[in-house]
Write a protein that binds this ligand. Sequence first.
Ligand code: ATP
Length: 881
Amino acid sequence: MAVWHACTVRQVLSELETDKDRGLAGTEAAARLERYGPNRLEQVRRRSLPLRLLGQLKDPMILVLLVAAGLSLWASGGEDWLDALIILGIVAVNAVISISQEDSAEKALEALRDLSAPMARVVRDGRIQRVPADQLVPGDIIRLEAGDLVPADARILEAASLQTDESALTGESLPVTKGALAPLPEDTPLADRRNMVAASTVVTRGRAVCVVTATGMETEVGRIAGLLLDQEENSTPLQKKMTEISKTLSFVCLCICAVLFGVGALQGRDLLEMFLTAVSLAVAAIPEGLPAVISIVLAMGVARMARRRAIVKKLPAVETLGCAGVICSDKTGTLTQNCMTVVDVWALRSGQRELAITIGALCSDANLEWKGRQPVCTGDPTEAALVYLAAREGLDKHQLEAELPRRAELPFDSERKLMTTVHQRPEGGFRVMVKGAPDVLAGRCRLTPGEAHRVAARNEAMAERALRVLGVAYKDLAFLPRDLNSHTLEQELTFVGLIGMMDPPRPEVRRAVGQCFAAGIRPVMITGDHKLTAVAIARELGIFRPGDLAITGEDLDFLPQGVLEEEIEKFSVYARVSPEHKMRIVQAWQARGKIVAMTGDGVNDAPALKTADIGCAMGASGTDVAKGAADMILTDDNFATIVSAVEQGRGIYANIKKAIHYLLSCNIGELLTLFLATVLHFHQMPLVPVQLLWLNLVTDALPALALGVEPVEDGIMNQPPRDAHASLFAGGFAFRLAWQGIMVGVLTLAAYVLGEYVLSDPGETYAAANTMAFATLTLSQLFHAFDVRSERASLLHIGLFTNPAMNRAFLIGLAMQLAVLCLPPLQAVFHTVPMSPAEWTVVLILAVMPVVVCETVKAVSRAQEARPVQKKVPCAPGIRQ
Ligand code: ATP
């Protein structure tokens, strides 16, 4: 293979059999894709199914259970084979459930990764197209802009002010200047190959046209295997905490089971049976499925958010969203529609209106094409508006470009707030055309004080009408300076005029802003635009309220960070800021203990996006760099989407909490039942081992998962954000778990006692009582799942049928349980006996008791909250009460 950096451009193109302007033909690209494979770095392979099944056996409790079953089989001389078989069957079913749960969680997350996969701009069949980056092949002509992730290794054919950040590859942290340079010596080290760009590096400035030389594992980054393993930790704080907690709980469970076994042994019960009971109880009561349930609920929630246009890239963000106290949002495109229409053109000197429009059109990269009578603009909306304006005034951009061809350019960046192009004049010499923020541009122009005043006044008048204003200027040069930079090109200009464009606010944002205030979240606008434009729009949207302040980046520079922290709550608009200011704003809010969501799209926004607790990148207009740094991508670039994501985030957290609530309170019930039965010296255990294991199957996974998809509760956005540092078990949660668990346990024991001493026939006491306890424990848990659906609201209020998954889980559980209670072959297997109508009545009454009790408790606490607090009226002096 050729050493690409040592070849001339022409050699590279001919070797790769491609054309700089037309690119590859679509058919050829497809054929090459077949030959070279997708442009993707190989992923870590997934484990095979048998291995994963074996992985399930890693759980020591399952092993102990199998050993215990084997022991009891052996001790009974093979008589207990049915029990042993059932235990084996249940263990197998459990393993299959866990694996399929893992699978569905993983698939959901993978689908999300695909959604946020990068795209590339490629020239094929003579047209610029956007294709998924993994479709690139050697020979493709790609276009790169600031903020792009370089999708493959490529030789540079054409470049303007190109700089890349290669730290991911070479460790060099400073940006490297690159260009379409002459061939380099073959032995040039990677870091010095200035005529090449490498996959996984980032364009920090400028733009380029390149030809792809290597893709996928053939790229430089593909060769560095170590990089592939650089996978980010992607579990949420709650997941981590719950994994810890479930370890502790497992230990506690084990201790209780050990005590149970010890006490049982002292009481002279059958040792082996006691052992099997203790182990089965441990298997049933240990919340081993808890971390898996949390992952699934998270994955399902994240999939639901993706359908609502918020793609969560880093799972922890889901939880953090629920704590968000401040949302710092860009203006253009996020709060507004990014749909610009020029409504005002003003020239400083008479007769220069056309010149102003010409500069606007020529000094931009947007293009206008006509599809029939419909104009279709491509490129940045600000620039598209300028090109469209020119067309409206009868100035065709292509024709203008033919007369004044572009020879050089300094691309726009949000730091300089200017863009410059250099054009060859037909009469000789060059014309430098500059457009940009009027206040910045005016400083680069020769203006008399009177003119400067007029420009400023007109700019402010336009800005007050909420217009986005661009200034245009030019200068003529006889020769091109050797160095083309801001210094040589963007000084000593002649000011021409101002162009004002309208960018209407997004209609849905006003409501979203209202929701923010109701939810205790402060919306803040951060924009590169003029202060007056920003304030006018912020006011219209309700972000800027009476008493609020707006501040510019320039003023911010004079404000020490300490003072900013003190005063931060006063500012709701930051105007003319550069990306570094965003960082300071995030940090100041964080210093006030707030969890900050921040939007960003540009290449320089990455640090702020990383610093923010929830970095939100724009899916449509954002750069790859911003997307890479973000926790979440908004596919529609919309502020309202962030607010709905916060709502979803709060809902997901609440649902996870419900699943935990359900699982733990039920486990407490199970433990308590057997523990009390042993300590109180019951003749027999209220449940036998296979029943315990069955119970685990019927009541654990399905209802908990159904709670995980509970619809977001009404009023969740009328509460303040959750305290990120508060314990999950705070606020009475632990207490609720405990008393509800105790309730389930007591009801089960009551069923047993009633069965043994009150209801059953003398000969059959144990089996009947045992069946009643088994039925009560299972059914009461199934009913209890409905209590957990809301912490406060009555079941009737939230609606019995609003969570179909829950109703399905209930019916499946019920059917399974009825089967083992009523079908004779299963009765034999699960040691149950038919129950009399009286026994059934008692079981049903006890099983629905949790609903009755929980509804009553909720009603009482609602009534207490609703009762008006009696205020002490302060007495006026001298008046006695
Ligand atoms: P936001 O940060 O809310 O998206 P913004 O789009 O106005 O706001 P920037 O894109 O950084 O922020 O633009 C800052 C200023 O630079 C604008 O107010 C405008 O005056 C000027 N500007 C924007 N786009 C261009 C461009 N393509 N060429 C020249 N100047 C531009």
